[in-house]
Design a protein around this ligand. Sequence first.
Ligand code: ADE
Length: 349
Amino acid sequence: MENNRFITNKELVTDDGDISLRPTTFDDYIGQDKVKANLKVYVAASRARGEALDHVLLYGPPGLGKTTLAHIIAAELGVEIKVTSGPGIERAANLASLLTNLQERDVLFLDEIHRLNHSIEEVLYPAMEDFVLDISTGKGAGATSLRLPLHKFTLIGATTRAGMLTGPLRDRFGVICRLEPYSTADLVRIIKRSARLLKITIDDDAATELSSRSRGTPRIANRLLKRVRDFAQVMGDGNITLPITVKALNDMEIDPLGLDYNDMKLLSALVQKFDGGPTGLDTLAAAINEDAGTIEDVIEPYLIQLGFIARTPRGRIALKAAFNHLGVKPSKKAVMQLSFLDTVGGNNE
Ligand code: ADE
């Protein structure tokens, strides 16, 4: 399960040390070039006008830097940031107290916003739209409601599941940014930057190897870098070389593409047990004893990026590259399905 994954995309307590690795300005932040360029414009414009930035929704797979970006936005706006999360807000009063404590133009970062309770979500609507807090007191005939003005603030919401947001909530974001998995080249730059900050030396070919096994995710790249450093320290002279990197990653059972046990479990179920699919998400989840949400948010994005699987209206299917990677010859039915997809374009959604 998720907690046992070495290359889990979840932020771990041990990642706290990574805070020093986190970039703090747009210029330090590597990758996500389009998102960054647009955000820079919006931040500069709202700063020049002396107004709060419009509310921002950041979405995409875990580990791509949504929290980091939120902190950068606040820093570049020159304002304070308060951090909370959907599951962390248990009662409307908790959200009300966060909102009333914000100063003019401050940022409220609401992580996992799709997990906000719907009755609490309703407090957000007038707060986001009109910067007011509607408070009702009493019940029945004696019920009264009170409107409290709030300072103009910026809500930055982050989610791995934009599709799970309700329409009214989504509509209240003026800026919506989708973060994409990082290219190998960007990950190499991130790894070299982190190595510099950690005072580690790493050869170019080792950084490339590490980046190609990091599933497009800086959080994973930084975590693997620290583990490979341990191997280099114990087995070598501390310098991270290619042979040490390969040995360390192989010993950690991370394959040349960065796939781990759970990815392989999903791929082999789809390829072997279900003959390439199409297989519904819940069926797949039951077959590999994994949570459907974890499959969608953590496992699938990278397999889709690699062109190993596709999401179709009829379910998940394994693509040619997945059969090749597993060294499995597709059945006649699978071959027909694959050639059909070639003609119609085996698209993801
Ligand atoms: N560390 C983690 N993510 C990063 C990024 N996008 N740029 C630079 N360093 C990082």
